[in-house]
Structures are given as structure tokens and as C-alpha cells.
Design a protein around this ligand. Structure first.
Ligand SMILES: [Cu+2]
Length: 115
């Protein structure tokens, strides 16, 4: 019970609702896809500040494959996106950092596999 309570406290800071977290992505988290995507997109649960919000994709050797044109979508500022070249089969790691309007940064990573 103490653990549950502690968990709740950790996840309920007073400004929790201003932070942004991923809702879903394309490719999806942990997905295995047949066709190499031309971009990676992450939909967040709030609006992002373009500055400091970044998205990078790395191959299994740790080399960045992204075109380094990561950006917040101009029409929907809850979307972070980056274009990628045609990639060979393999496992890829996506690293993201998202700056919310309140100035708080969240970050994370996920993987997808091209078969
Ligand atoms: Cu915040």
C-alpha cells in the first residue's frame, strides 16, 4: 500500500497536466513494419514549443539516420516529426525531447523494427 501511495505522489505533481507526454507515434512504439517509413511522427498530449523539442532516429550501431530536420508540425503543434531516408531492415531507436508551454522538458525513447 505504501508503494502505491508513493507512486501516486510521484505521478501527481501540481503542474503534471502541463507536461507533455507521447500519445501515439508512427511508426508505433515497438512495432515491426514491412515498408520503411519516410518520416517518424509522435503525437503528444499537449502543445510543444518548437525550440528544444527534438526527435532523432538511430540505427542499431548507434549512428544517426535522421535528416536532422526535426520540427514541430506547423498546423498541429502537438506533433513532433522528422524525415528519414529509405532505411534497410533493422531495429531503430527513436529519441525524443519535448518542451511544453510551461517550460518543462520531457524525454524518452522507443524502438521500431523494419523487417
Ligand atoms: Cu510542466
Amino acid at each position: 500500500m505504501t508503494g502505491v501511495l508513493l507512486g501516486l505522489l510521484l505521478f501527481l505533481p501540481w503542474d503534471a497536466f502541463a507536461h507533455v507526454f507521447p500519445d501515439h507515434s508512427d511508426p508505433r512504439v515497438g512495432s515491426e513494419i514491412k515498408d520503411a517509413p519516410s518520416s517518424v511522427r509522435i503525437w503528444f498530449d499537449g502543445q510543444l514549443e518548437p525550440i528544444f523539442s527534438t526527435l532523432q532516429v538511430f540505427d542499431s550501431s548507434g549512428k544517426e539516420v535522421t535528416h536532422q530536420d526535426a520540427r514541430v508540425n506547423e498546423k498541429d503543434t502537438a506533433i513532433l516529426e522528422v524525415s528519414i531516408p529509405h532505411l534497410p531492415p533493422g531495429k531503430y531507436q527513436v529519441n525524443w525531447k519535448a518542451l511544453a508551454r510551461d517550460g518543462h522538458l520531457t524525454e524518452g525513447k522507443f524502438y521500431f523494427t523494419i523487417k
